[in-house]
Design a binder for this molecule. Sequence first.
Ligand SMILES: [Zn+2]
Length: 282
Amino acid sequence: MRWQNREQSSNLEDRRGRTIKRVGGGIGIGAILMAVFALIMGENPLNVLQQFSNETTEQVASPTNKQEEALADFVGVVLKETETVWTKLFREQLKEEYVQPKLVLYRGEDNTGCGYAQSTTGPFYCPADQRVYIDLSFYEELQTRFKAPGDFAMAYIIAHEVGHHVQYLMGITSQVENQRQRLSQEDGNKMSVAMELQADFLAGVWAHHTQKMANLLEKGDIEEALNAASSVGDDRIQMEARGYVVPDAFTHGTSAQRMFWFKKGFETGDLRYGDTFKELNL
Ligand SMILES: [Zn+2]
């Protein structure tokens, strides 16, 4: 993908510098004297003591390297390209205004609007705070664990998560959530798969238009995306950690299905062809 020197999104939230919470040291003699004084004056001494046992937070500089910074820049550019495309498509195809999501870069672990996330969660979109969460170590994982190398493999992953945001804005997310409550687990899972495949379709729609508008694709890029779509099929992207909320932890569909829908989005570039729910008969 020809992404160098292109504009970056302003919606990137870099949380890679970890914040460590520590409870401050013991309560000194001064605090105790103050508390006694408060007691004499008829005030609650606990208020005074609480002021002294202060909680401190400490910012720890994140070790970064050139490669990771380039990757962060890349993510920023891809996010910007999704904003450009979806703003246009919302106006043209939906007659609505696109609301840009934030994308959070975190390292190791993070608190999200959807619960606790850690890097093994894999990238995901949280509808509750309209944010995409990515630990950049996932790029490495794409290459080694999923055997899906290439910058456009990563672009596809980002576009898929942004696809979930598009679903949220279109009201599909809440419709599916409502329906899922009435359905058996099996049928509910089918709906989740349809949801995931639609996000793949939307990633394809994005690729179609970003190519048309900015001519960013290089030879082999679509193959990289299709390979990634295939290799992260069937829930392989997720390592579900019990007890944590992992919104994107549903079954994602088979590799063939994922490739089919990404391709369909890429070939048509038209939202009307993205009804992955049609054949469910629920
Ligand atoms: Zn997904």
